[in-house]
Design a protein around this ligand. Structure first.
Ligand code: B1M
Length: 210
């Protein structure tokens, strides 16, 4: 039986040994990597977020939980990467300027890669100008923008505007995502698509490439 409760507890208490031990144990017991990710790690980070909002956890602790989550995701990576329906295409992905959140963006990047796409992960805090330069250089089919803060969502719009201004919009599909981002916002800023999670992002990317 998967011990999601104690994976969550370990993440909230920044107990690396507990999280890693229980993730490995769950895998050995045949629990799917996707279930460990959704019901253990992502559920745990949601609680970390609530505690952060209530002032029960502070930035250094949240960072530590995030590091442990990334380490656990590395453990799951080979098992999340089984995609028989592989797609070709080049993707550029980054978190927009002013935003340092990267766990979800890295999950999206990993799933796209495992679906067969060539993925260039630019990292966090990427300015519109840098996106423009990278699009000129890498000539991707798809650009994925991630934002986790309501205050950085407008930077998605600025990025799309910079891309248009540089005449790079026509042959590029733009997808947006991140917890506060919605389909309505994607429509409003002229993106081609929105995905709520890494799995849907992969499906959407495949359909945009086809
Ligand atoms: Co931040 N933070 N944070 N934080 N943080 C949130 C986002 C927050 C909701 C917490 C809260 O208050 N409840 C809140 C935002 C409130 C808001 O704007 N509405 C918040 C805040 C306020 C802040 C600071 C401002 C705090 C401060 O300094 N006072 C600060 C800002 C720093 C900055 O960015 N400039 C800050 C800092 C940090 C840390 C650095 C400490 C750390 C990030 C470490 C890191 O990423 N390496 C951190 C963390 C860890 C969080 C929470 C707790 C967890 C985020 C996470 O990794 N979730 C978060 C609360 C929460 O989300 N519950 C919170 C797990 C991850 C798998 O999910 O990222 O949503 P997510 O990704 C999903 C989907 O969103 C989607 O797919 C992913 C996988 O399924 N997706 C995409 C994501 N990107 C996509 C791109 C796509 C498609 C789908 O492209 C097409």
């Amino acid at each position: 039986m998967a011990d999601f409760e104690n994976i969550i507890k370990g993440l909230v208490e920044c107990d690396e040994d507990q999280v890693m031990r229980l993730v490995k144990k769950s895998l050995d017991q045949g629990v799917s990597a996707q279930d460990i990710l959704s019901h253990g790690l992502i559920a745990g980070m949601d609680i970390v977020g609530d505690k952060m909002e209530n002032g029960d956890m502070f930035i250094p602790e949240v960072l530590r939980s995030a590091q442990i989550m990334s380490q656990a995701v590395e453990e799951l990576k080979p098992l999340l990467s089984e995609d028989s329906n592989r797609a070709k295409g080049k993707v550029l992905i980054g978190t927009v300027q002013g935003d340092l959140h990267d766990i979800g963006k890295n999950l999206v990047s990993m799933m796209l890669e495992s679906a067969g796409m060539e993925v260039h992960n630019l990292g966090v805090d990427i300015s519109p100008d840098r996106f423009v330069e990278e699009i000129k250089d890498k000539k991707p089919n798809i650009l994925c923008l991630s934002a986790l803060l309501t205050t950085t969502m407008p930077m998605m719009k600025s990025t799309i505007e910079a891309i248009k201004k540089n005449g790079l919009r026509d042959n590029l599909s733009i997808m947006v995502g991140g917890a506060p981002v919605t389909q309505a916002f994607a429509d409003e800023i002229g993106a081609d698509g929105w995905a709520p999670d890494a799995g849907s992002a992969t499906k959407l990317a495949k359909s945009l490439i086809n």
